[in-house]
Ligand binder design. Structure first.
Ligand code: C5P
Length: 203
């Protein structure tokens, strides 16, 4: 049976961690949809046209090792504003969401555009400072040479672009449950998300 959990929110709010942990807890599949835009954006850095890159995306493109860099994140957020790019990625995401056995998708427009009928919708957020500090730790631990200020600028620029675009802007769905992880540990954030899914399953 299909059961879809949609998780949206700004950059580095904890969507990925909550999504992965929810999927593991319930035995669902997980899709980090940001990777689709990162892989598309990365190909434009080699000179490929954005729409062409999105239309010809292959599974191995999602496994490239440098997808997490701020440079690729910026390219992702630029291509993500192009309606034809978003259009090219819809079918894959909807098919993933509809698979039997349950699916968790995290991104920016999952609860609003990709899966408006999702069983559970979470909007995960945290303050700019908390998000930047978390992302800095992640980047430094994977060998990137970057400062707190650079990370903060990157997140703020992407959030502004993602929120201001006319195609599927970053915005909470009307029926999304807000999960502010600013003062929560990972365990607490995951526990709150699990509780919400169980509340819906038992309703
Ligand atoms: O989630 P992540 O930070 O990896 O996403 C990279 C960029 O991809 C975002 O800044 C956003 O512009 C875009 N994105 C999107 N819609 C999604 C997922 C990501 O526009 N569902």
């Amino acid at each position: 049976m299909a059961f879809t959990i949609a998780i949206d929110g700004p950059a580095a709010a904890g969507k990925g961690t909550v999504g992965r942990r929810l999927a593991a807890h319930f035995g669902f599949a997980h899709l980090d949809t940001g990777l689709l835009y990162r892989a598309t954006g990365r190909r434009t850095l080699d000179g490929t046209d954005a729409v062409e890159a999105a239309r010809s995306l292959q599974p191995h493109d999602l496994e490239a090792r440098d997808l997490r860099t701020p440079e690729v994140g910026q390219a992702a957020s630029r291509v993500a504003a192009i309606p034809e790019v978003r259009e090219a990625l819809i079918d894959f995401q909807r098919a993933f969401a509809a698979r039997s056995g349950g699916a968790v998708l995290d991104g920016r427009d999952i609860g609003t555009v990709i899966c408006p009928d999702a069983d559970v919708k979470l909007y995960v957020t945290a303050t700019d400072d908390v998000r930047a500090a978390r992302r800095l730790t992640e980047l430094v631990s994977t060998g990137h040479d970057i400062t707190y200020g650079e990370v903060l600028d990157d997140l703020r620029q992407r959030d502004a672009r993602d929120s201001a675009r006319s195609a599927a802007p970053l915005i909470p769905a009307n029926d999304a449950v807000l999960l502010d992880t600013s003062t929560l540990t990972i365990e607490q954030a995951v526990a709150a998300a699990i509780a919400e899914v169980m509340r819906v399953q038992q309703a």
